[in-house]
Ligand binder design. Structure first.
Ligand code: PMM
Length: 298
């Protein structure tokens, strides 16, 4: 699985949330079949990884207990792994991660970056599996009040560096770590845009970067009607694809998306045009009007 971390091409992580609001109708087995079927479709559409989460992390969401979370994710992980799908588990609980790895999960996607459960580093270290360390400041109920930064990019970078140091100090190998700015987690829309436009400063940490903008509310606000009504979740796909391609062109290792087919198609176009990279670095001087004119003439 270390190969996945070192992958040069963009990695597409498909989202499979097995929370009651995703699969509310039908009995337990119908839910399981629906979840597994969806996971297989995500893989067939081009997902390198299917990310299975059993606890909603939406702002304001109430927590569920570890046993409920495990009951939701473990059967889906077992079946998808048996079907040959590479799976990550989206959890902040060491107990759930440990059981998920035993059930076949290959990657731990921890939205708390190791902060929520001090035992997570041990689990990841012993499993030698990749670990996504997302930038996080607190559980869903509290995250709105935690969205205060001096400079969001500088602060997120410094906090991710602390998460990396803690992981390394606990014995986790550097080549298992992936960082993620955590769009929408204790971030306003403006913070999300600032992070999106200054990814090179986060890439400068020297770790693969996962970018998860898919269908998030800041895209809904960008595309709001004149009276301020946000664009509904299901109609944010073109914006999701645009942010994902821009993130990959800026150097992101991977993107976490709901509509894998749309993103995979867009990334195929990006690859067919020579995988162009956005030529920006945090130290680049801003382009002057003169440069622009020059570029146009050529
Ligand atoms: N976002 C959500 C859940 N898990 N994991 C990572 N690594 N990065 C994210 O941005 C992220 C995540 C919330 O989005 P969802 O409710 O659409 O799954």
């Amino acid at each position: 699985m270390t190969d996945l971390v070192r992958a040069s091409g963009p990695v597409v992580m498909g989202v499979l949330n097995v929370t009651p609001d995703s699969f509310s109708d039908g009995g337990r087995y119908a839910d399981l079949d629906a979840a597994v079927g969806h996971g297989v479709r995500l893989r067939d559409a081009g997902a390198h990884l299917v990310d299975i989460g059993g606890e909603s992390t939406r702002p304001g969401a109430e927590r569920i207990d570890a046993a409920t979370e495990a009951e939701r994710v473990l059967p889906v992980i077992r079946e998808l792994t048996a079907a040959g799908v590479t799976v990550s588990v989206d959890t902040s609980r060491a107990r759930v991660a440990e059981a998920a790895l035993a059930a076949g999960a290959a990657v731990v996607n921890d939205v708390s970056g190791g902060l929520a459960d001090p035992d997570m580093a041990r689990v990841v270290r012993d499993a030698h599996c990749p670990w996504v360390l997302m930038h996080w400041r607190g559980h869903s109920r509290a995250m709105r009040e935690l969205a205060t930064y001096t400079d969001v990019v500088v602060d997120v970078r410094a906090e991710l560096a602390q998460r990396i140091d803690t992981a390394l100090a606990a014995g986790v190998a550097a080549d298992r770590l992936i960082v993620d700015p955590g769009l929408g987690f204790a971030k306003t829309a403006a913070h999300n845009w600032e992070l999106s436009s200054r990814l090179p400063e986060l890439l400068d940490l020297g770790y693969p970067l996962l970018f998860g903008a898919s269908r998030k509310s800041y895209l809904g606000r960008l595309l709001a009607t004149a009276d301020g009504t946000p664009r509904p979740t299901a109609q944010r796909e073109a914006a999701t694809v645009a942010t994902s391609v821009l993130a990959v062109a800026a150097g992101a290792w991977g993107v976490r998306v709901h509509d894998v087919q749309a993103t995979a198609d867009a990334l195929a176009v990006w690859a067919a045009t020579g995988s162009p990279r956005l030529a920006v670095s945090p130290h680049d001087e801003k382009r002057t009007p003169h440069d622009h004119e020059h570029g146009v003439r050529r």
